[in-house]
Structure formats: structure tokens, C-alpha cells
Design a protein around this ligand. Structure first.
Ligand SMILES: [Mn+2]
Length: 341
């Protein structure tokens, strides 16, 4: 065997989660999830006897990262007992004020804080890496790359496979599978797309934990094994402990807020939702006698483990004017924690 490595990307440590309307305890718990994912990644690298850990960028969010988190990263990675190679991405560009630049990193950690691709040698394998030095890098990274003919070469980048751009993704650093092959790479370990996927030339491990309700798909680490003859195997293994779930609660027939509260509690205690961050939508026909106050409901369901925050409430009158109203109310974030189940 020439090399075995564990690849991950898009952890987004210290993300605010404001875009998911998660605040306070709810957001803090998600940030703790991200930290513990890094510890599990390092543990998995050891367990699988990897010889190298690679990170395809977005390890943390530069706009939010605290010194404490940066110190946590340094400590966790320094304890990995193997080399770690990081290619800074869009969310964690190696700008002068980045922890990548101002911190003293342990000897086993290498930051590819350079815009052009440079090779890093691990045994008989060369891993070519480059980093974002500012947040927006439109250039195609392989356009002027001189083909490598001798030896085994891998690519580590935060980049966009233009043959499979997910909805809503901004295509920084566009590349195509054909370019990987033409440049002489055996495989590209990338970051940027948050749903795990792998193919002949390109692997995205996805974000280790989902970062919101729109992140369906798998959240993995990728174990790459390269044999001496150049044979390559990629194994995507799920690493997430959380999932974002969406549930509906039908309020038809409920006549008091107590009924709604009981339904929310029952949903949160449902075993299949353990470990889930839940967005509950109240649907159905609201009885006239039932008044719902999202704020009050939210307060009542706040217990430190779970909470409902008032979300976008859009009440729409049904076709039959003056009749009962069909109301669709969105109460975000009944969060279920295993400790609560
Ligand atoms: Mn990302």
C-alpha cells in the first residue's frame, strides 16, 4: 500500500446558524456538535490507521472563529499523531488576520496558504494543494497546470466540479473531471459541496454535520487507499451525529393550546427523532377556539434541551371566506436532544 488517508471538509466551526434561525442555546449546541465532529474525525483517522488527514477547506468560519476555537483546532490536530494537510477554502481563507497565519501550528499540521498548487510528499504519493488567500477566487485552478506524468499524484482543493453543481452553490474554482485526468491526478479530494459524493475522479466528503434543513444527503469522511500499483479505493463513511428533520403537526380538532403543546412534546419524544434538530410546522384546520401564540409556545417548550422559536408565520385565509381558516404556521426548531428523549 502506498498511502491511506482520511479526507474531510466543510466543518464550518463557529458557524452562527443565524441563517437557520437558530440562536442562543440551539446555536451553541450545534457549534458543540461541530467541535465534537472534529474529535471523531481524528479518532477515525487513528482507528482506520490512516497515515494522513486532509481537509478540503471551510474548516472554520473566518468571520466568526474565536481564539478559543482556533486553540481547540490546534490542540485536536496536534494530538492526531499523523500529518494533517489543510487547503483553506472560501469560508476560511488564509487572509493575514486568519488563525492560519497568526497562530503557531504544530509540526504535524501543514496549511497550504498559497494560491498556486504545490506538491506535498507523503511516502511515494504527492498531494498537490492550494488555498484561498481571499474569500473570492474565480480562477480555474487547473487551467495552466503542467501535466504530471511520473508517480502518483492527488489533488486537494476547495473547488467546484462543474459537472455536478448543487443547487445554490457558488462555483468558486471551477474544475471538470476531465481536467483532473488530463493533469495526471489519480483523484481529487475536494471541499465545497456539503452533500457527500464520490466518482472516478472526484470525492466530496460533504459537511461532517449537516448545517441546516437544506442539507439533505450524506455527511461523511472519505477514506482513500492507494496501492503501490496506483489502484485507488474510496470509502465514504457517515460521521454525523445530528440530523435536521422536518415534522408536521396537524392541529385539526385541537381546541386548546395544551393539545398543541402535548403534540409537540410527543413529537420530540418520538424515538426516531433522537439526535434530530426539528422544525415543526403546524398544519390543518384551526378551531376558532384555539388561539396560538408562537412566542408563548416557544417559551413553554424551552427547557434547555429543546425549544421552539417563532418562525415565519404565514396565515392564509382559505377559499371559503369567513369560514374557518386553514392556517399554516411555521414554528421553527423544536430541538430534540437524546437527553430529552
Ligand atoms: Mn462549505
Amino acid at each position: 500500500m502506498a498511502l491511506r488517508l482520511l479526507h474531510f471538509a466543510d466543518l464550518h466551526l463557529d458557524r452562527s446558524f443565524a441563517s437557520e434561525r437558530l440562536y442562543g442555546v440551539g446555536a451553541q449546541r450545534r457549534r458543540e456538535d461541530l467541535r465534537s465532529a472534529l474529535q471523531r474525525i481524528v479518532e477515525r483517522a487513528r482507528e482506520t490507521q490512516a497515515e494522513l488527514i486532509t481537509c478540503g477547506g471551510d474548516l472554520f468560519e473566518h468571520d466568526h472563529v474565536t481564539r478559543d476555537t482556533a486553540a481547540f483546532v490546534v490542540q485536536t490536530l496536534s494530538g492526531a499523531g499523523m500529518p494533517v494537510l489543510i487547503a483553506p477554502g472560501h469560508a476560511d481563507p488564509a487572509v493575514p488576520s486568519s488563525p492560519y497565519r497568526y497562530l503557531r501550528w504544530p509540526e504535524n499540521v501543514t496549511i497550504a496558504a498559497h494560491e498556486e498548487l504545490r506538491p506535498y510528499r507523503y511516502g511515494s504519493v504527492q498531494v498537490w494543494a492550494a488555498g484561498f488567500m481571499r474569500a473570492d477566487v474565480p480562477d480555474a485552478p487547473l487551467r495552466e497546470f503542467a501535466r504530471q506524468d511520473v508517480g502518483t499524484h492527488l489533488l486537494l482543493l476547495h473547488a467546484s466540479d462543474m459537472s455536478q453543481v448543487p443547487e445554490g452553490a457558488t462555483p468558486y474554482k471551477p474544475i471538470l473531471p476531465g481536467q483532473i485526468e488530463e493533469a495526471g491526478f489519480r483523484h481529487a479530494m475536494l471541499g465545497h459541496y456539503h452533500g457527500a459524493r464520490t466518482g472516478d475522479w472526484i470525492t466530496y466528503p460533504g459537511s461532517p454535520e449537516p448545517l441546516g434543513w437544506n442539507e439533505a444527503g450524506r455527511h461523511c469522511t472519505a477514506l482513500l487507499t492507494i496501492d503501490d500499483d496506483g489502484t485507488l479505493e474510496v470509502s465514504l463513511d457517515d460521521i454525523n451525529q445530528r440530523q435536521f428533520a422536518h415534522e408536521e403537526i396537524d392541529v385539526t380538532g385541537m381546541t386548546s393550546p395544551d393539545h398543541v403543546r402535548d403534540a409537540v412534546t410527543a413529537m420530540r419524544q418520538g424515538k426516531h427523532l433522537e439526535g434530530g434538530v426539528i422544525r415543526a410546522t403546524l398544519v390543518g384546520e384551526r378551531a376558532r377556539s384555539l388561539s396560538l401564540d408562537p412566542k408563548a409556545l416557544s417559551m413553554e417548550c424551552s427547557d434547555g434541551f429543546g425549544r421552539i422559536a417563532p418562525g415565519g408565520t404565514d396565515g392564509r385565509a382559505s377559499a371559503a371566506a369567513g369560514a374557518r381558516r386553514l392556517r399554516r404556521m411555521t414554528h421553527r426548531l423544536a430541538e430534540v436532544d437524546p437527553a430529552c428523549g
